[in-house]
Ligand binder design. Structure first.
Ligand code: SF4
Length: 511
């Protein structure tokens, strides 16, 4: 495979080898800024070498995992670090370990190698993976990775000493110690430039999930606290990267990465207090900018004009629901007149398409509320002029209740009802808009894993052995007699994750 900016270090016998693994495809892995940050940060330590792994396939038997850089088998590494962003990807962690002939249960490995995982899914509830992990990182890279690397050097011959050195007050959960101690989420007080890579892995023969470009994190976190949003609750501490750093990373990155395209990373781009200046300066530098995350109320005509000048031709907004009552339950109110105004202005500016995200299965939702989504889309189409499947694109996702959110106890709607609701919207909007859905079967699996405990370990392992996928899940559920209903009903046990402590109130740090 041809890539730019690969690091190939020649280590000494004492150099610590880290297998940096993303439990999904190469295309998804390379689009993750966290994964790129870890790669360059670990390799910046003289005493360490990090080589990358990802899954070769998502179903069936996994081949022997070998590193991208040197073809070294995973088993030869001292430490395996998984960066995981999606609960169903846990199965791929186990598939990789099994294929590498590394015992999946931590108790059978005795710290050789040490297996570590981090990312939003693990932060919110590490318990389903507790029996497999030596360390679950409840914190951000900037504050936790230096401690891991420092402490491992001091006790690499004694894995137990290493584990004992990691404290819950610093954001480390050691599952073998149980859940008696509270584990405090560890945040970076500010977004330091030294952790953000400018040169990034760029595949030359394969297309990353977000397309080729330099990933640039503009801000981290969100202070709005929508009731369903996991990231908004884990990262309720909002921080901005300074304008100067953003522009420098983008300009240097475009040279190293041989692409003019900048892909911004944030939960809501225009929340940045200097968002328009950032865009203006990047445009002046001759760069193209992609902004995947937009909130309708932050978009005025000037903002839309800048986004267009930066080369983006589509606008994405997430009204979530067409019912005011349900919007209140979600704690996310996106006024209809604001969406119409943005749509009209976007059309005038020249955007080619409008994408809208909706959610179904919200507690208390009726069929009329679902019909209202179709009517809402028809109205937007009529009043803005975005028409037909090429100009108006709708995505419908079933609500997946997540730990640490106000909806953590909510029941998930049954599959048959969700399917009926999706079909209703699809029928009403046939030919008027392209309607896509997040498969409700995967939403259900996601909900079960999100709110499960240690007892899910056997099911996850059976799922991995059955080759993952939906068929593999069904087999694993049957084989381990998992009572799925317990996890998708409102009787879910929230004490499973209550030892993870997040900040109580959203807060903001501007630069
Ligand atoms: S505004 Fe977006 S990112 Fe912020 S909490 Fe709401 S859904 Fe999450």
């Amino acid at each position: 495979m041809r890539e730019l900016n690969v690091i190939r270090k020649r280590g000494k016998p004492e150099t610590v080898k880290v297998a940096l693994a993303y439990p999904s495809t190469y295309e998804v892995a390379v689009s993750s800024l966290a994964y790129q940050m870890l790669y360059y940060y670990i390799n910046s330590w003289r005493e360490y070498i990090a080589e990358r792994f990802n899954t070769e396939n998502l179903r069936g038997q996994h081949p022997l995992p070998i590193s991208i850089e040197t073809g070294t088998p995973m088993k030869k590494f001292d430490m395996i670090v998984f960066s995981v962003h999606y609960e169903p990807d846990y199965v791929n962690i186990l598939r990789l370990l099994l294929a590498a002939e590394i015992p999946p249960y931590a108790a059978d490995r005795k710290g050789k190698p040490i297996v570590i995982a981090g990312g939003p899914a693990v932060v919110s509830n590490p318990e389903p993976m507790a029996k497999f992990l030596d360390v679950a990182v409840i914190g951000e890279i900037e504050t936790t990775m230096p401690i891991i690397l420092e402490n491992f050097l001091e006790s690499r011959d004694n894995p137990q000493d290493f584990l004992d050195s990691l404290s819950p007050a610093q954001g480390f959960y050691i599952p073998a110690r149980g859940t008696e101690e509270k584990v405090k989420m560890s945040y970076a007080p500010k977004l330091e430039k030294r952790f953000h890579p400018t040169a990034q892995i760029q595949p030359l023969d394969r297309e990353p999930a977000w397309g080729r470009g330099t990933l640039v994190e503009v801000s981290r976190g969100c202070f709005r606290g929508c009731a369903f949003c996991l990231e908004g609750h884990i990262f309720s501490y909002y921080r901005e990267r300074p304008l100067k750093d953003i522009v420098e990373i983008a300009v240097e990155g475009s040279l190293f990465n041989q692409t003019k395209r900048i892909i911004t990373v944030s939960l809501s781009f225009f929340d940045h207090s200097k968002a328009k200046e950032i865009l203006g300066q990047l445009i002046d530098e001759g760069l193209e900018v992609s902004i995947p995350s937009l909130r309708a109320e932050t978009l005025d005509e000037e903002a839309l004009q800048l986004i267009y000048e930066a080369g983006q031709r589509s606008i994405t907004i997430a009204p979530e629901t067409a019912s005011r009552e349900l919007a209140l339950k979600l704690r996310k109110i996106v006024p209809e007149d604001k969406v119409l105004e943005v749509g009209r202005k976007a059309r005038k500016v020249g955007f080619r398409s409008l994408k809208l995200y909706f959610m179904i299965g919200i507690p208390g939702e009726t069929i009329q509320d679902v019909e209202a989504i179709a009517a809402y889309v028809e109205k937007i189409s009529a009043e803005t002029g975005f028409k037909g499947t090429s100009q108006l694109k709708i995505t419908i996702s079933p609500l997946v209740p997540k730990p640490h959110t106000p909806l953590e106890r909510a029941s998930m709607e049954d599959l048959a009802t969700i399917r009926r609701k999706i079909q209703l919207i699809k029928r009403r909007l046939a030919g008027k808009a392209e309607v896509r859905e997040y498969d409700p079967r995967w939403a259900k699996i996601q909900a079960i894993i999100s709110r499960g405990g240690r007892e899910l370990a056997e099911t996850l392992l059976a799922w991995a052995k059955a080759g993952a996928g939906l068929g593999g899940w069904r087999k694993a559920v049957k084989q381990t007699e998992l009572q799925e209903k317990k996890y998708i009903s409102g009787e879910v046990d929230t004490t499973t994750w209550s030892f993870i402590v997040l900040p109580l109130k959203p807060s903001i740090l501007r630069t």
